[in-house]
Design a protein around this ligand. Sequence first.
Ligand code: ZN
Length: 281
Amino acid sequence: MAAICLLGGTTGCAAVAGQGTVAAGVTPTAVTTATTAPQAAAPTTITQTHTYTATVAPEAEDPASDPTTGADTTTGTATDTDLYRDTAAAVTFTEGFWNDTFNGWDVTWHGPSQWAGNGFNDSAARDLPGAQWWTEGPRCADERADEDNAFYCSTGVVAWDHALMEPGYEAYGHSFVYVVVAHEWAHAAQQRFIEDGEAPAVLEQQELQADCLAGTTIAGAVELGYVELEIGDTERLTATLEAMGDETSWRTSDDHGSAQERVSWFTTGYNGGIEACLGNA
Ligand SMILES: [Zn+2]
């Protein structure tokens, strides 16, 4: 088992796709594939320097912090309530999109489960001297979940760190969590394509393909009436991807791609639908 993540540059986020093992007796899905799969840009043409930490986490002054103890008294307040609510909404519309999509292929869809019930790992809560917080946190076989990241484990579990979601939510609102959830769910869809004998549908650029499928998911969920976007949301969706780009462009299957690449693939899926994201079967 291996985890595949939202962000690059971390240790526990190895790739899993590409094996193409087909379970006996599984009826291949009627995936309609695009004649031209998206291609990653040549590595030498793009130089982006955006990283998540540099762009997203605005260390705004926290007026609610106790100046004496430094304790963050905002924990568990309305912001978290909104964050959990919007994340749950993203799970619902993302699951709805994939369920409808697979049902349209006459195939039963089984979505991933969320770690701890709502997917939220709170690494900071376990960040205590001597405490090995990660032993209590989400794991993927012998890999622990990275802090400040989100991941899908091929056991069918998704998890996201509160330390990723909260600052992202502060910066980009619900658009941020929509992207995170849709991206991780896309990895579940990729695994399903492989298990169902549609391995060629999963491109080597699997992280960028997950961004592409995330775009398809959000646009599709809007079209199906599962969610409505507000003015400025589309800009915040792409800004989220831009903020999470690698410093380097895509080279190997577990690279997430540069900011420009992530935005480009997301937009391809958003405008072109699922067929624009899949490889040739
Ligand atoms: Zn990913």
